[in-house]
Ligand binder design. Sequence first.
Ligand code: F6R
Length: 244
Amino acid sequence: MELLLVKNYEELSLKAAEKVADAVKSNPRIVLGLPTGSTPLGMYKELIAMNKEGKISFKHVVTFNLDEYEGLSKEDPNSYYRFMNDNFFRHIDIEKDNTNILDGMSEDIERECREYEEKIAKCGGIDFMILGIGNNGHIGFNEPAEFFPSFTHRVKLTDSTIEANSRFFDSIENVPKYALTMGIKSIMHCKKIMLLASGKAKAEAIKGTLQGPITPKLPASVLQLHRNLTVIVDEEAGALLKTV
Ligand code: F6R
């Protein structure tokens, strides 16, 4: 595992963007796995700037997003479809057809999840997955549980996630209770993973993830078993890590 401790969110965003840019330069047809949320926003801004300056191109890049809320339409301001378009895709030279996001409005959720996995496989698997982490240690929407969920599936969100994500909604009642998410197996099959964490709300989860036991009660802890993992944390998120 490569662990990078950086000073603050700005440094984290720049470092993460540089890692993605290097990966895209070395494989212009790379398949990326992408998160939403507050954490990657700075990274997306840096990547947009690099793209506008002509330093990298996303022309042949393929993307798969980690998750989507159930029941929100593509136009809904809180859908991850909207988030990705507003914060990344429409500012770069990516082909719309090369971007993939689960359809939270699908009438057949099981089929939607199965076909998503099939599409990932057809593209040769995900080369580089970028992850944020929930305060409760979730990755994607794989919530703390008694077992590690495997492939893309429907999930009931925990109260802690609903509360954390309510900051984006008018009221907590409007936060969807269910979501579709890549599973732990889908994530662990990615060839390379980069986990990002910023701020003190993430410090406990990061400590457990990197230095605690591997347990589905802290889903991100499974990443200790991945053979090509980079973790970038800022001072606040890394504050509880023991240095050896
Ligand atoms: C989002 C996702 C989630 C977030 C996590 C952290 O696609 O998969 O696991 O990465 O909830 O969210 P932020 O970055 O908003 O703290």
